[in-house]
Ligand binder design. Structure first.
Ligand SMILES: Cc1ncc(COP(=O)(O)O)c(C=O)c1O
Length: 403
């Protein structure tokens, strides 16, 4: 059944070609509706979404509690600037703080903005002499100038220089190289506990604890970018909780508002006064709609026991993909932490993404050879099996075709 819509996918594409800047590779599909792990296009085609909103729709598409909270909020107070208080922003900060390390929140609207605020806070802390920040090769922190300068991937720097100075990109996992890189001007270490866009790279044993130790010894701030890993994605509220290592600053976005745009930076209480009035701001940051959505997201995860669902989904994919890897030689590695799921291939992943799309399953490929799944915590066992079987079928076909 076709969904009632003004435009077909083909008509929509024509407008995109004429009026949109072509900075994204887009599926040639006009999506019109989503529910749980399913989305529909304007022709009525149905897709199983295993890369739910690039990780933003952690509770699935249109989660009922978030929809209701936003509908109520939009009818009572849409926006007030941060020169006023709202109880919903205060309550949201309390919920995040209580579930992490008891810090204080600055609210913004995206991951890159959260990273920008963390960089600025680290530099304010290090001023006047210390401004350098150690980050990692294959990291991804966003596209604004501070965040992209922090990102340790040359392809994102091509042609846009000069970048913000002061970042050193160390191989992920190499504690000795981190130790050597620290100098009297270093103020912080910024790291994703699990690298997402860089290839679903899990931290080697002891790596995050080693960074904490170096930070403590050298009096550096340890910043965890949990934009992709945070808010229950990995089966704990925040990925660092798997490793028993606590950061001084943490960045959040993507899933933090259940699919509504929102971001946050949490910092230990002692650091908070450094962002004094006038140093930093975001007009829409922590607006009532994002705050209500953020509260509803946390409440839903708790009410429905979704943290353990991340574990269930991750265990299923770990076991089934590992089994597939024994059968198909083009799979080099399987890396899973909750619903962060990566499959490293020896072949290009693009035809696999295309083949899955043709069969109605949405997956992603990062770094050309790493298939990336970020399914919703509401993915049912039946959907997980259907998704895996389609993926396995396409991998087998593409592997055979590429010899
Ligand atoms: C770890 C991490 N940090 C920052 C960002 C940037 O987030 P945004 O696209 O919301 O600016 C991303 C986006 O993928 C991310 O994965």
């Amino acid at each position: 059944m076709a969904i009632e819509t003004a435009l077909s996918s083909a008509e929509t594409l024509r407008l995109y070609e004429k009026y949109l800047i072509p900075n994204y590779i887009r599926y040639p599909v006009n999506l019109v509706r989503g529910e749980g792990s399913t989305v529909w296009d304007s022709e009525g085609n149905k897709y199983l979404d295993l890369f739910n909103g690039w990780g933003c729709n952690l509770l699935g598409h249109c989660p009922a509690a978030v929809v209701q909270a936003v509908q109520e909020q939009v009818a009572s107070l849409i926006h007030v600037p941060n020169t006023w208080c709202t109880d919903v922003q205060a309550r949201w900060a309390e919920l995040l703080s209580e579930r992490s390390f008891g810090g204080k929140a600055f609210f913004c609207n995206s991951g890159a903005e959260a990273v920008e605020s963390a960089i600025k806070l680290a530099r304010l802390w290090g001023t006047p002499d210390r401004y350098k920040i150690i980050t990692f090769q294959r990291s991804f922190h966003g596209r604004t100038y501070g965040a992209v300068s922090a990102t340790g991937q040359p392809k994102y720097h091509d042609g846009i220089g000069p970048l913000l100075a002061g970042f050193q990109y160390i191989p992920f996992g190499d504690l000795d190289a981190v130790r050597q890189a620290v100098d009297p001007q270093t103020c912080a270490i910024l790291v994703e506990p699990v690298q997402g866009e860089g290839g679903m790279n899990l931290p080697p044993e002891g790596f995050l604890a080693g960074l904490r130790q170096i930070a403590d010894e050298q009096k550096l701030l340890l910043i965890f970018d949990e934009v992709q890993t945070g808010c229950g994605r990995t089966g704990e509220w925040f990925a660092y909780q798997h490793f028993g290592v606590t950061p001084d600053i943490m960045t959040l976005a993507k899933a933090v508002c259940g699919g509504i745009a929102g971001g946050a930076m949490l910092a230990r209480g002692e650091l908070a006064p450094l962002l004094r009035p006038g140093t930093h701001a975001a007009t829409f940051g922590g607006n009532p709609i994002a705050a209500r959505a953020g509260i509803a997201t946390i409440e839903t995860i708790e009410r429905e026991g979704l943290l353990s669902e991340a574990q269930r989904i991750g265990d299923y994919f770990q076991a089934s993909l590992t089994g597939l890897a024994r059968e198909v030689s083009c799979i080099r590695d399987v890396r899973v932490l909750g619903t962060m799921i990566g499959v490293e291939l020896e072949i290009d992943g693009a035809p696999i993404v295309g083949g899955c799309l043709e069969r109605g399953v949405l997956v992603n490929c990062t770094q050309q050879t790493i298939l990336r799944l970020l399914p919703a915590l509401v993915l049912t066992q039946e959907e997980a099996e259907q998704g895996f079987e389609t993926l396995a079928e396409v991998i087998r076909e593409v592997a055979t075709a590429s010899g």
